[in-house]
Design a protein around this ligand. Structure first.
Ligand SMILES: NC(=O)c1ccc[n+]([C@@H]2O[C@H](COP(=O)([O-])OP(=O)(O)OC[C@H]3O[C@@H](n4cnc5c(N)ncnc54)[C@H](O)[C@@H]3O)[C@@H](O)[C@H]2O)c1
Length: 367
């Protein structure tokens, strides 16, 4: 599906601002109410009718940014949605709670813009897919990193065809978050498979987008070194074969001694027949060279547009609800990303390669 590049489509006349409820006002919820949602209001696209968090202390902070009154702050999502009847909900609670929030949205016929991953298990992802589809609702998943300026620029360079066919991709994401609590909040240090569930899911979606294909087979080795303060695996080396023959190799680590390529500063090298495209710390180069000399390197400009990541995705989502084209991060597309994620987890646990489409078919009950 082609990426829709226009921004500020909302300036279309005639649409009243849509009404939404933000559910989850924790660490990332703050990003939403400070960086993403004020813009939707400024564009006249959507406005908050309630904010929800089981922790009443964090609600106060959202009040001003979302222009809410005290009686629009709730500690119970079902109550908030029943009372306000929004057009859509924004889900920003931990992955294991996503399905319960989707159930509330479905019950009240609200569309859904949800944080990644769809849910914390493949079974829950498939249940969500079935429930949302059966209800005829629209749902999209905010894969912020795939829709960042640097990744979009690399993706477009690969897809331009200027450097010939893509052969393989290497992706590095390495971080020193070994101390308990250093990766944002406690839950990431306590859940199973934190690197894959909370980190690699973004990178797998970038690999799908850059290679322009879904995954065919995945083989993952995942572990936690003794100095990583994690209950689950914080480190992984993953090989993915895409359906179109492109091969990918992913290195992800949250307990290293240094942060070489942390969040938003990934290293991704796309080896094309006629050029090596190298993205490192948000700078994109193309390299060429003969057998024995250092390659010549040319810096490529990054794409420009008003906003990237969730601000862009939120705008595309509202445009879709207003009758525009579906964005590239719809539930249907993201189910493929979830299949790759949970197939990688199965591979890591069984130490066997996993056929991703057979894995998805098994979970959908279509095998
Ligand atoms: N770049 C990104 O895309 C990015 C970055 C960080 C987090 N996230 C995603 O955002 C989501 C939330 O992560 P976070 O870091 O904000 O976690 P967090 O723990 O900081 O915040 C979650 C909030 O949800 C609240 N909550 C939990 N259960 C609830 C319920 N039943 N009803 C209402 N509120 C409830 C908690 O009280 C907490 O305030 C996750 O899906 C995570 O993967 C995405």
């Amino acid at each position: 599906m082609p990426v829709i590049r226009t921004s500020e489509q909302a300036l279309e006349v005639g649409n009243k601002p849509l009404r939404y409820v933000q559910i989850g006002i924790g660490g990332w919820g703050q990003h939403w109410y400070t960086e993403v949602l004020p813009r939707l209001r400024a564009l006249g696209l959507a406005e908050a009718v309630a904010a929800v968090d089981i922790n009443p202390e964090v609600l106060r902070a959202a009040k001003e940014n979302l222009s809410l009154w005290d009686d629009q702050l709730y500690t119970d999502a079902a109550e908030a949605v029943a009372a306000t009847r929004p057009d859509f909900v924004i889900i920003v609670v931990p992955p294991a709670k996503h399905e319960a929030m989707v159930d509330i949205a479905v019950e009240h016929k609200c569309h859904i813009l949800s944080e990644k991953p769809i849910a914390d298990t493949m079974a829950a992802c498939v249940r969500i897919h079935k429930k949302v589809t059966a209800a005829g609702l629209k749902m999209a998943v905010t894969m912020s990193h795939r829709f960042d300026q640097d990744k979009q620029s690399l993706e477009q360079s690969v897809k331009s065809g200027k450097y010939g066919p893509l052969n393989y991709i290497v992706h590095r994401f390495t971080h020193n978050c070994r101390e308990f609590g250093s990766w944002g909040v406690a839950f990431r240090h306590q859940i199973p498979d934190p690197l894959l569930i909370e980190g690699a899911v973004h990178h797998f979606d970038c690999l799908r987008a850059i290679s322009n294909a879904n995954a065919k087979v995945v083989y993952a080795v995942a572990w936690n070194p003794p100095w990583g303060e994690y209950a689950g695996d914080s480190t992984a080396l993953v090989t993915i074969m895409m359906e179109n023959g492109v091969k990918c190799f992913y290195e992800g680590a949250k307990a290293n001694a240094s942060t070489l390529n942390g969040w938003e500063n990934d290293y991704i090298r796309a080896e094309c027949r006629d050029g090596t495209l190298e993205l490192d710390q948000r700078r994109l180069h193309v390299l060429h060279g003969p057998a024995w000399e250092a390659p010549a390197s040319e810096e490529l400009s990054l794409l420009e547009q008003p906003v990237w990541k969730n601000a862009w995705l939120a705008e595309l989502f509202v445009h879709w609800l207003n009758g525009g084209d579906a964005p590239p991060n719809i539930l249907e597309d993201n189910l493929q990303c979830a299949a790759l994620l949970f197939a990688a987890i199965e591979s890591a646990h069984t130490r066997q390669p996993v056929d991703v489409s057979a894995f998805l078919a098994r979970h959908l009950g279509n095998d």
